[in-house]
Design a protein around this ligand. Sequence first.
Ligand code: BGC
Length: 345
Amino acid sequence: MLRRDGPRHVWAALRDGPSGLAAPGVSCDAMSPRAKHQAPAAPRTAIGIDVGGTGVKAAVVDLETGALASPRLRVKTPQPATPESVVEVVGGIVDQLVADGHVTPGMPAGAGLPGVVKAGRLLTAANIDKSWIDAPAEAMLTARLGRPVRLVNDADAAGLAEATFGAAKGVPGTVLLLTIGTGIGSALFIDGHLLDSTEFGHVTYRGRDAETLVSGAARERRRIGWKKWGREFSEYMALLERWFWPDLIILGGGVSKEYAKYSRFLTSRAPIVTAQYLNTSGIVGAGLAAAGVGIAAAVIAREDAPGPGTGASRRAGGDGAAATRAAAQAAEVAASLVIEDQPTH
Ligand code: BGC
């Protein structure tokens, strides 16, 4: 899978495991033994939530190992997937995790969503209901879950999981993760530090928004085979390489599971590997983001600043009709809950 003609230091890091370079989880002092001693308040577990086009998934994440510390629960994404309906579904899942005794009071939560995240809101919504744009999503989730919630871009979340525990752990230099599914998401790391909210799925490729031509969904819509898709995807990667010169490219998302079918059609300067986390990267990364692991302090400060019109939109409580609606929704969520799998340890 990994091509051996890549830069030597990347090879060495991959072969030898973590080098002297600290992965994000370690570099931000949340996980090292020394930091644990100095900052006993750093959470060891967090709730990770992954909001996708077809499913909303959540589990408790062990931040020291990247393993799931509860079953992974999943509910179909409600349609239309408005902030209100999705927040209610997330609430139902977390209520279940609480009821089953997996969640401690005050345990933070992180939620990954497909869009640019700034100041607790989505600024773009290419593959999710447009009503997310500028909705006070972080405040809505915080109010519904009754605990601190951090919003994070879904690809950044996947990248945090890979950089802290997976394919990018300890890899120095510039690492580019591309998630290939309904859209194309990106996460860029420099010496283990995330440059958040890159949106490389939307660079112009052949005169179009790249993800409309080379995402997994686009391949199916265009009915093109792996060979043609692989060649086009390589051209697209070449564009990114000309601008960012990554030392390692990690492919994630649904299409990375089919890697054997197209790896021989891919060309790139940097070595390519597939993500190590296939189904849980979004959850694990959102949990890490909840604890501030791998997220630059400057980003946290910026995102915590009140945005225009921010104000916690409290869950309807006093209004009887709204409360009845919420109760009915909660019952619906509970009825459709699926336990996807059990903890990984
Ligand atoms: C969105 C990104 C997201 C990616 C993968 C793109 O359409 O703009 O924010 O990371 O899809 O879900």
